[in-house]
Ligand binder design. Structure first.
Ligand code: SPV
Ligand code: MN
Length: 624
């Protein structure tokens, strides 16, 4: 240890070492010293919460070519490698001792073997590079939700992204006291070629739950590297499960109701299924767009945004559809664009931006001209489908005043969404909390998207839209969800939404803006201000209410035929879904709770009874 400390001092230099010493925390020193000895960077920079430290990292991103300046002040862009454009689920694994099992759908590796592999990859991996040590706070600072965390990375882009996305935590560490745990992240982009990770075929994201540490190597894509985002989420799911609260893949937002009422909602959707665009709806208030912690505080379910920024999908962000993001992306301020197309004038372009295409440009795959073909002979898109922007929420006009509230916001509702072309209605309220958790959250199926590597459009089970991040057995996770709502007198109302329903010819039954109407209806229902129709699967809106909301919110006429098409209960599809889900829980989830099977059975029975009475496709008009 003494030798390691000497080395640490040497690599840090006096100024940076002093910043570590001032934390007065031997665990921090030991952790940092261990990985400096192992990864062998040329030098170490320690980031406190001071602006000059933050500026230093930002400057480095330009100097070392991980980011480049764009024409608009404060805007930069970054490219990940062509094969490193999304979360790598196949190589993201929990390192588990032989006696621990998380279940069939949660990837894991033997801890001893995994550690030996990752340590092999990390050995001397930072040679010649600078290592950044940065301290963060997950959740608002000075709050019951706060979790301290340290990131070690040799990527200034990762450290810069984290500064935009996550609240600073150096001052928190000062107050932490010795012996308190913190989350730890070690990242290296590995050897770079042309600025991108060369050894992407040895990309690994390994999570050690016992030691609250995540290792990420040979990758740059933020979903694999920004420790404080999805990697911390996995550690927090386990921590929450032991402590009786929840870590969820949820936005948090304020929805305006009548008479200046603001009701807060949290919403869980699989990646690239409309989560951010819902949280960003014009006229409403955003608290967060991706990850939330939920706790029972004084008998109410309250939620915070774990982050303070957005790493949002840029495809289809345009002036008309997303005016608020558009403004942030086209005016001076701190923004990182990743994997978009850059033209000669330093202007970014992306799919669906409604702008004229340039004659040429550069994207993550190199020089681009219209019609350029990719390796498979297909015409290459300008930007990658999973291209993103990174921006602080405080830069947005619709940022809610409660973003930094240490107690978060009290939730009136929870929404589960997914990409479902043929089964569930556009919006529906659960009968009660358990029905919502079990039959809305725990039964989500969604068609896969470009946010993860692999084929798109395949229907996949994705409970609570959180399956990619679960670090505990599914049954326990479902029970924890039920328990939280049952621990309060008035739990939030639970809803499902489906923005992707199609007719038999494959045509979408809704416009992209219709989601606003579903949300406003949910707000009214949560406040007890709207009637509803009871169906075998939950409560659906009455036509007259939707007609009024369509008019008020979108200025649009809403026809009865559209309503009937959208809200017809599709019994065969719903029954098939119940069978698929029951089968998954029976065969793959050994600890699936009994109440879940009961809820599935009860819903099946309700559907079959209705089928006998009304047939396969039940118009809402029949149920009134
Ligand atoms: C998602 O894929 O759900 C995201 C982006 O929010 S990532 O950081 O890659 O997880
Ligand atoms: Mn996400």
């Amino acid at each position: 240890m003494k030798k390691r400390l000497e080395l640490l001092k040497d690599k840090c230099g006096p100024e940076n070492f002093k910043k570590l010493e001032e934390l007065n925390n031997p665990d921090v020193l030991a952790f940092v010293a261990k990985y400096i000895a192992h990864c062998n960077p040329a030098s170490v920079f320690v980031r406190t919460d001071a602006q000059k430290d933050i500026d230093y990292i930002r400057q480095k991103t330009i100097e070392n070519g991980e980011e480049h300046k764009l024409a608009i002040k404060g805007h930069t862009y970054h490219f990940d490698g062509p094969k490193d454009q999304a979360r790598d689920k196949a190589n993201t694994k929990y390192l588990l001792p032989p006696d621990v099992q998380l279940g069939a759908d949660i990837r894991s590796a033997d801890k001893k073997e995994g550690l030996s592999e990752i340590n092999g990859l990390l050995k001397n991996i930072m040679a010649g590079k600078e290592l950044y040590v940065a301290f963060f706070c997950l959740g608002p600072t000075d709050s019951p939700f706060s979790i301290p965390a340290i990131q070690l990375t040799d990527s200034s882009y990762v450290a810069h992204s984290e500064d935009i996305l996550i609240r600073p935590g150096y001052e928190m560490f000062k107050k932490l006291g010795q012996g308190n745990g913190f989350f730890k992240f070690v990242h290296s982009a590995g050897e770079l070629a042309g600025g991108v990770s060369k050894n992407f075929d040895q990309r690994r994201v390994y999570i050690d739950l016992d030691d609250d540490i995540v290792y990420s190597v040979n990758t740059q894509y933020a979903g694999n590297t920004v420790g404080l985002k999805k990697l911390a989420m996995r550690l927090a799911i386990k921590k929450a499960s032991f402590e009786g609260w929840l870590t969820e893949h949820m936005f948090v937002m304020g929805v305006r109701g009548p008479k200046n009422r603001v009701s807060y909602f949290a919403g869980s959707f699989p990646s690239a299924c409309g989560k951010t665009s819902t949280a960003m709806l014009e006229g409403e208030l955003i608290v967060g767009d991706d990850i939330a912690y939920l706790r029972n505080i004084d008998g109410r379910i309250r939620a915070v945004n774990v982050e303070r920024g957005m790493f949002g999908i840029i495809q289809d962000v345009n002036k008309d559809g997303d005016p608020l993001i558009w403004e942030a992306l086209t005016t001076p301020g701190e923004v990182i664009f990743s994997n978009v197309l850059i033209d000669d004038s330093g202007k970014p372009h992306w799919l669906g931006d409604d702008q004229a295409l340039p004659e040429k440009g550069v994207n993550y795959a190199g020089e681009w001209v219209p019609g350029k073909q990719g390796a498979n002979g297909d015409v290459m898109t300008t930007s990658h489908k999973n291209a993103r922007y990174t921006v602080r929420l405080s830069e947005l006009k619709n940022c809610d005043k409660n973003l930094e509230n240490p107690l978060g916001v009290e939730l009136s509702g929870i929404i589960y969404g997914g990409r479902d072309s043929d089964t569930t209605v556009p919006v529906e309220q659960a009968f009660d909390w358990n029905h919502g958790i079990l039959m809305k959250g725990a039964t989500i199926e969604s068609e896969t998207t470009a946010a993860t590597l692999g084929q798109e459009g395949v229907r996949k089970f994705n409970l609570m839209a959180n399956i990619d991040f679960l670090s505990i057995p599914m049954g326990r996770y479902i029970n924890n969800n039920c328990d939280l709502g049952n621990s309060v007198d008035r739990p939030p109302q639970i809803f499902s939404v489906n923005y992707f329903l199609r007719d038999k010819n494959g045509k979408y039954l809704n416009g992209v803006k219709d989601k606003h109407v579903w949300l406003k209806w949910a707000e009214l229902r949560a406040a007890g201000d709207a009637a509803a129709i009871k169906t075998p699967t939950g409560y659906i809106p009455e036509y007259e209410d939707l007609k009024r909301i369509f008019k008020d919110v979108l200025g649009k006429a809403y026809g009865k035929e559209d309503y009937i098409k959208q809200f017809t209960i599709r019994v065969p599809e719903n029954l098939a879904k119940i069978d698929r889900i029951t089968d998954i829980y029976k065969t793959k989830v050994p600890d699936a709770p009994h109440i879940l099977f009961e809820a599935l059975k009860a819903q099946k029975k309700r559907l079959q009874q209705a089928q006998k009475k009304f047939g396969d496709y039940i118009s809402p008009e029949i149920l009134v």
